[in-house]
Design a protein around this ligand. Structure first.
Ligand code: NAD
Ligand code: DAU
Length: 352
């Protein structure tokens, strides 16, 4: 048995593949374009492991996907591949449309062609699992209930609009062709291998480098944080027992304002790796221009996943952040290896 995982060299995809192979003998065919966000080194610990086959390629390349499907005959395809950073989607939306919308379409077409030739029982047991986001639901008012799976789609950024479009395509391939799809809509992740353009790894990196910790606007925007390994365990659970055609919200029940998140990271670093001058990393906080169209609040109601599939996160925000800070302190070489010239160019374009 084999699964095919796209976007496997990115943040969540690489955590998923590493965790999968730590717990299963079922092999993984990994497909990743290796954009700036994809890092082959994230999977280096699997080099020489016969259960892992890495292929550099694009989800839009239907010929390549068809070849991989025919060769490896996976029983499931999990689609993590995407352009994922909201700020980059604001500065340049085109790649987001290309990968998240057109790429998902091409992937679905290749998968549909493969699946439709399968015989029973493989055809009914096959799964296409699409990894999506809570951002498709838009922004919540302070007192509104958290997003359930029935919340209307109201995406506000080019990123979330492109993810919403991909979710609709996935849904349509189930409704029209009967492809056995599953969609997960998850809140903000954090943890090992998180590219330091996103809030939590950026703050850890900048703090240790003695640089400013940029907070957009008033810092009172709320996100619902989930440790990445809990997201991976939710995806495994949905793959195993989710009902085809259904969507499952995944979240950590950890709503925090951005300022509270940054304060918590600073306080953790103050304990784990104090500044030479004895002052708090909080000194480095700097309020900067807000993100255009910035969503004020996200919150996920993950009741369905708990009630129907028995999934709950293992980490609290405090335990997850402690593990994450420790990982970044122990893996500063990884941070430096991804903080290339292109990364520095991005920082100066975004924050100057
Ligand atoms: P990421 O940007 O770290 O990784 C994306 C990976 O996809 C990279 O390895 C990149 O090289 C690869 N990729 C990009 N375009 C590709 C293409 N055309 N073909 C093949 N590979 C391609 O993103 P992430 O944070 O790991 O997110 C993974 C998925 O989870 C995305 O679909 C994202 O929308 C979703 N998601 C992310 C979060 C989060 O907090 N990070 C939360 C909910 C959902
Ligand atoms: O909600 C799920 C989404 O979470 C995923 O779909 C996205 O792929 C993922 O990138 C993430 O999106 P956000 O925009 O919420 O994450 P980001 O880390 O970019 O920002 C988190 C919050 O912190 C957001 O309110 C913007 C703010 N922020 C971010 C950066 C990079 C700052 O205040 N300063 C910053 O420098």
């Amino acid at each position: 048995m084999t699964i095919l995982v796209t976007g496997s060299a990115g943040f969540i995809g690489s955590n998923f593949v590493l965790d999968w192979l730590a717990g299963h003998d079922e092999s993984v065919v990994s497909l990743d374009k290796l954009t700036y966000a994809g890092n082959r080194a994230n999977l280096a610990s699997l080099d020489g492991d016969a259960r892992h086959i890495f292929v550099q390629g694009d989800i839009s390349d239907t010929e390549l996907i068809a070849r991989l499907l025919a060769q490896y005959q996976p029983r499931a395809v999990l689609n993590f591949a995407a352009e994922s950073h909201v700020d980059r989607s604001i500065l340049g939306p085109e790649d987001f449309i290309q990968t998240n919308v057109v790429g998902t379409f091409h992937l679905l077409e290749a998968v549909r062609a493969y699946w439709s030739t399968e015989g029973a029982p493989r055809k009914s047991e096959f799964r296409f699992l699409h990894v999506s986001t809570d951002e498709v639901y838009g922004s919540l008012e302070p007192d509104s209930p958290a997003f359930t799976e029935n919340h209307p789609y109201q995406p506000n950024s080019p990123y979330s609009a492109s993810k919403a479009a991909s979710d609709h395509l996935v849904r349509a391939y189930h409704h029209t062709y009967g492809l056995p799809v599953l969609t997960t809509n998850c809140s903000n992740n954090y943890g090992p291998y998180h590219f330091p353009e996103k809030l939590i790894p950026l703050v850890i990196r900048n703090a240790l480098a003695g640089e400013a910790l940029p907070i957009y606007g008033d810092g009172q925007q709320i996100r619902d944080w989930l440790y990445v390994k809990d997201h991976c365990s939710a995806i495994r659970r949905v793959l195993e027992s989710g009902l085809p055609g259904e969507t499952y919200n995944v979240g950590g029940w950890n709503e925090k304002s951005n300022l509270d998140v940054v304060h918590h990271i600073c306080d953790t670093l103050d304990q784990e790796s104090p500044r030479n001058d004895g002052r708090s990393y909080r000194q480095q906080i700097s309020f900067v221009k807000d993100r255009p169209g910035h969503d004020r609040r996200y919150a996920i109601d993950a009741t369905r996943l708990e009630r129907e599939l028995g999934w709950k996160p293992a980490e609290t925000f405090e335990t997850g952040i402690a593990k994450t800070v420790r990982w970044y302190l122990d893996n500063q070489a990884w941070v430096e290896s991804v903080a290339s010239g292109a990364y520095r160019e991005w920082l100066s374009k975004q924050y100057s």
